[in-house]
Every structure is written in structure tokens, then in C-alpha cells.
Design a protein around this ligand. Structure first.
Ligand code: ADP
Ligand code: MG
Length: 229
């Protein structure tokens, strides 16, 4: 098998609160191949968001290594890590995190402001990303003028517009009703199957996890079991 896209070895994350230390991740190892769609599952407080943030370079481990596409991101300084994130990771959060004052297309454009692309090239890519999520006709709408499902699709367009190596999603359907959740999950599945996007999605919802190609279970900071379908 080819080298994994994401390779995690003996990962530890410890938080300190006053005199109390919490070992959230306790020696976790995991490989993710390019083209996989991973559902990261487990009870509340098991460390799912912590692990996702370490994979996406939002945080640094206490010990162990995280390699993505051959780069040891745990060894990058904060400036280099921010730069790495901008070009390698697209984030999708439970509550969309769109900027309310900006139209859909301006929100989607944001990651491209960190690149050297011209305005014309940026707007071309924004148009394509909105088309992929089926919202080209909502480009000028503000987030308050969108439904929850539409807002999440705009957030997904923003996450893919810079063509990142990895898409990381934290409970992306946690705030949506079943039917809207299924639409968003079908979109993620299409991005994975037809556009080849590698996706890591945290979810506590077994129905949502069925859309993924692989399921990984976290329990008390370690991997419990892995099912492959
Ligand atoms: P999950 O996403 O699986 O619900 P998290 O990764 O958010 O779990 O959190 C795992 C544990 O780590 C929880 O006990 C949480 O309280 C603790 N934790 C998370 N972030 C911090 C932080 N920044 N400081 C202290 N403790 C934290
Ligand atoms: Mg969480």
C-alpha cells in the first residue's frame, strides 16, 4: 500500500487545569490513506475534537508525531503551522462559522485571500466551489438569508475552495435535522468519491458515520476498534 496521507504515532495530549492534568489522548496511532472518508466516533469527552484539531494543525501534541503528506506538522512553529493549514486543510464546524456581514461568495473567498491569486482567479474558484455544493444562485446572500443546510454547504465550499489536501469536519451535521443532514452527508460523500477528497469527520451519529468509507472509535483517548467496509 502507498504511504499513508496522515500518519499518527504514539500521540499524547495532556491538558492542565490548575493542579489537575487530563490525559485526553494516551498513545494513539492511526494511518489514513489518501482518498479515505473516515468517521471518527466515540462518546462525548473521548477526545474526538482534540484528535481532529491535531490532524488539522490547529493544536500541537504533548508527545508523539503527526505527519501529513510527508510533513511532520507537530514540529512546525506556529507561523509555519498557520501557513501549512491555509494550503493543506479545509475546516467544517458544527455551527458553520460563517462571517455574518459577508455574502456567501465573500465567505467562500476568505481562504483564497491568503494566496497570491488575482481577484479574477479567486472569483472563478469561488464560483466553481459554490457550484460543487449546489449554491451558485445563492452567491450574494448573507448567512442570515440561508437555511442551516445551505449555510453548511457554503462552509463546505469555503473548506474546498483552496483545494486542500484534507477536509476535516467536526460534527458537521450536529445542528441539522435528519433530511438536511443527509443532504450534507451526501455532498461530503460526493466530494470523497467523485472529487477524491480525503475527509476526516467527527460524529457521534451512527447514521452519519454510514456515509464514510471507514469508521474509527475513540474511547478514553485510545482507539477502540476499526471497522472497514
Ligand atoms: P469530544 O470531542 O470527543 O467530545 P474533546 O476532544 O472536546 O472531546 O475533549 C476531551 C477532553 O478534553 C474533555 O474532558 C475536555 O473537557 C478536555 N479538554 C478539551 N479541550 C480542553 C482545553 N483546551 N483545556 C482543558 N481541557 C480540555
Ligand atoms: Mg467534540
Amino acid at each position: 500500500m502507498a504511504n499513508p496521507l496522515v500518519s499518527i504515532r504514539d500521540l499524547h495530549k495532556t491538558y492542565t487545569r490548575g493542579a489537575e492534568t487530563v490525559d485526553v489522548l494516551r498513545g494513539l496511532s492511526l494511518d489514513i490513506q489518501a482518498g479515505e472518508f473516515i468517521a471518527l466516533m466515540g462518546p462525548s469527552g473521548s477526545g474526538k475534537t482534540t484528535l481532529l484539531n491535531l490532524i488539522g494543525g490547529l493544536d500541537r501534541p504533548s508527545a508523539g508525531s503527526v505527519s501529513v503528506d510527508g510533513a511532520r506538522i507537530d514540529q512546525l512553529g506556529s507561523g509555519a503551522l498557520a501557513q501549512w493549514r491555509a494550503t493543506h486543510v479545509g475546516f467544517v464546524f458544527q455551527f458553520y462559522n460563517l462571517l455574518p456581514m459577508l455574502s456567501a461568495e465573500r465567505n467562500v473567498e476568505l481562504p483564497l485571500l491568503l494566496t497570491h491569486l488575482s481577484k479574477a482567479e479567486r472569483m472563478k474558484r469561488v464560483g466553481i466551489a459554490l457550484q460543487v455544493v449546489g449554491l451558485a444562485e445563492r452567491a450574494k446572500h448573507k448567512p442570515s438569508e440561508l437555511s442551516g443546510g445551505q449555510a453548511q454547504r457554503v462552509a463546505i465550499a469555503r473548506a474546498i475552495v483552496a483545494d486542500p489536501t484534507l477536509l476535516v469536519c467536526d460534527e458537521p451535521t450536529g445542528d441539522l435535522d435528519r433530511r438536511t443532514a443527509d443532504e450534507v452527508l451526501t455532498l461530503l460523500q460526493t466530494l470523497n468519491r467523485e472529487h477524491g477528497k480525503t475527509i476526516v469527520m467527527v460524529t457521534h451519529d451512527p447514521k452519519a458515520a454510514e456515509y464514510a468509507s471507514h469508521r474509527v472509535f475513540l474511547d478514553k483517548g485510545q482507539l477502540a476498534e476499526t471497522a472497514v467496509h
